[in-house]
Design a binder for this molecule. Sequence first.
Ligand SMILES: Cc1ncc(COP(=O)(O)O)c(C=O)c1O
Length: 434
Amino acid sequence: MPRSRQRTSPEVNLNLNVRRLGQSATLVINERCAELRREGREIYRFGLGQSPFPVPACVVEELRSHAFEKDYLAVKGLRELRDAVANYHRLRDDIDCAGDDVMVGPGSKELMFILQLVYYGELVIPTPSWVSYAPQAHIVGRAIHWVQTTFENCWRITPDQLEALCKVDPQRPRLLILNYPDNPSGESYESDELRALAKVARRYKVLILSDEIYGELHHRGQHVSIARYYPEGTIVSGGLSKWCGAGGWRLGTFTFPRQLRWLLDAMAVVASETYTSTSAPIQYAAIRAFEGGLEIERYLHQSRRILRALGQALYQAVEKSGARVAKPRGGFYLFPDLTPVAGPLRARGIQTSRELCHRLLEETGVAMLPGSDFGRPDDEFTTRMAYVDFDGARALVAAEGVPLDSRLERTFLTTYCERVLKGCDLFCDWIGAV
Ligand SMILES: Cc1ncc(COP(=O)(O)O)c(C=O)c1O
């Protein structure tokens, strides 16, 4: 072997697009928490956004009775499941679609990656937005256009911003990812806002990937899909991970407009050469989840009720602490902005949101993710708080004992979500002390 090659690190053979990336931020914080816990530290986990609730019993039962299913299934997904997903969107979202418009994959994240790979368009995402959209674009070499949102605007992209961006080069193919209820802010869009965004997207033929993975966790059950207003250009992304508590089952779905069948087919080609098909027993069980019914409705009602009560309590506490924070409307996240205490933070040697989270974790045991992981500027003091560190199974059973039409009181939260309240108090005290 020539001498020069002997001396070079083997890493030169890594694809450049991958070399620049670290491991997914959420996984890193999780590992650090596990390390600290092994050292005996008490850790309050506000880092990883995993549902606290168990998979509904009827869905688990379906999985049990399909454990013997061992065959590879069709690459686009099991026919009965695709039909069930289409039916679900027809009823739930008023979208005109059929089973043939649905693609099932091992998590919506994987489907998003394949979409970015096969669709040759600039990725448009708001900042802040979920941690994996941008790294996926980097890996496949797509350009990214970040749209700056503000606290005042509840971290939402406006139709004027979309218009201004598209006007510059109206013919450029673009993929806009909208996520609501939103990770990281817990915010959502109202129907009129969606209608206005849809109008601009239609004018410039922007492809929308509507990431509605938290749709069923809208705290008031009032989620509306933008596909209603822009059916021909919207792919709806969903799955079992959040509303069904089944992140580790790995099942996601994309629902396409008929006009975009060519895109679905192209994705299926890549899927057939990579993961082949989604786990068979999981797909059979997922049919039950998408079929819905009384048990699932009840489960969802109680999940939303608990998350709404908890989200409001945390929102009030964080607001009082001196940070600013948007009122959550869905999912299980808050996005506190500590800009009002930026001076004292800097005086303590904290210059970035990453340092902020590091110090918070080391000094209080509260683990959160820095705003910079969601595309915010490094020196902005934003953090994401996932309020899921409680026993969701126990909370669901207890909520059943509280009349359906009454609110869950503070005593409910202090009994069943104690760790989340305690962690939030520690966070607020820490802010107060800076
Ligand atoms: C906004 C958002 N989209 C997509 C996903 C991926 O979900 P899945 O488990 O279906 O891959 C997540 C998971 O954290 C998420 O928060």
